[in-house]
Design a binder for this molecule. Structure first.
Ligand code: HEC
Length: 307
């Protein structure tokens, strides 16, 4: 008897499935067709306006993006890019030397003070000696005069130009941006800065760059106001590392990564601690949850009809 009923049910089910689709569509078109013509016009207009608006927005987006016209930097295997890798501090130290001897001629780093280098790339004595090499304007003294004195740990890195206008005037109208957080301020981070520094080349046939600009495929617009700042042997590293162009670029990028993100190593260490903590904490919480709910989850509710 039961088997018979199942057969009967599945039979009717199949019949329903077979006709279900056609039934539904005919119903839907019937409902649109049965609308008043005013409503039909309104609905159609709404559809057209929405589709048109979305199309227009997409078109405008594509036209201003223009991303096909610049070269995207490749992903370089930085020694600090792993989830648990710290910065290469010897590289940060060399990078500071590159900044000091090359980039500092044009670029400021307003948010860095000499004391920030202590314990990161240099010892306190070394940084004191570094700071003393600079003449810092201080004052006013008791006569109201500004005076210069040797730099101290608490001084910020001296700026190459007193104001942005002076910087522009000295660089053909182009403003060298502050490098404190440049790797966070540009798409591609250190990959971009590395590619920019090492990517200068001759313009392709048919392309000419204006006097005072240089061709660089990684720079948006390709014509950059910065002359190629580094080349092989542009400086001599204190630790004897051969100063090839790519080595210099890699070290200055590592330094700029540290400058933009001084908490880099601390952040990854905290991440590791957090993961280790959660490896214990999450199973424990899961166990307690199962334990507390076990009474509710394993109960059986039965309805006993009155006899
Ligand atoms: C002779 C001066 C000069 C030196 C030295 C110099 N730069 Fe520049 N830099 C400029 C100028 C000018 C610009 C602005 C270019 C522009 O907007 O067309 C610039 C722009 C940049 C930019 C920004 C590019 C962008 O996407 O906007 C970066 C990054 C940069 N420089 C890094 C460096 C590094 C790193 C060094 C040292 C190795 C260095 N520069 C040395 C003058 C200089």
């Amino acid at each position: 008897m039961a088997a018979l009923r199942v057969v009967a049910l599945s039979g009717s089910g199949r019949a329903l499935l077979g006709t279900g689709n056609t039934l539904k569509t005919s119903k839907a078109s019937m409902s649109f067709a049965s609308l008043a013509s005013r409503k039909k016009v309104a609905l159609t207009t709404l559809g057209v306006v929405t589709a048109g608006g979305a199309g227009l927005a997409l078109m405008l987006h594509q036209s201003v993006k223009a991303s096909d016209w610049e070269l995207h930097p490749p992903n370089y295997p930085w020694s600090h890019s792993g989830p648990l890798s710290s910065l290469d501090h010897a590289s940060v130290r060399r990078g500071y030397q590159v900044y000091k001897q090359v980039c500092a001629a044009c670029h400021s780093m307003e948010y860095l003070a000499f004391r920030n280098l202590v314990g990161v790339s240099h010892t306190e004595e070394e940084v004191k000696a570094l700071a003393e090499e600079f003449e810092i304007v201080d004052g006013p003294d008791e006569n109201g005069e500004m005076f210069t004195r040797p730099g101290k740990l608490s001084d910020y890195f001296p700026k190459p130009y007193p104001n942005p206008e002076a910087a522009r005037a000295a660089n053909n109208g182009a403003l060298p941006p502050d490098l404190s957080s440049i790797v966070n301020a540009r798409h591609g981070g250190e990959d971009y800065v590395f590619s920019l520094l090492t990517g200068y080349c001759d313009p392709p046939a048919g392309v000419s760059v204006r006097e005072g600009l240089y061709y660089n495929p990684y720079f948006p617009g390709q014509a950059i106001g910065m002359a190629p700042p580094i080349y092989n042997e542009v400086l001599e590293f204190d630790d004897g590392t051969p100063a090839t162009m790519s080595q210099v670029a890699k070290d200055v990028c590592t330094f700029l990564r540290w400058a933009a993100e001084p908490e880099h190593d601390q952040r990854k260490r905290m991440g590791l601690k957090f993961l280790m903590g959660s490896a214990i904490f999450i199973p424990l919480v899961y166990y307690i949850k199962r334990h507390k709910w076990s009474v509710l989850k394993s109960r059986k509710i039965a309805y006993r009809p009155p006899k």
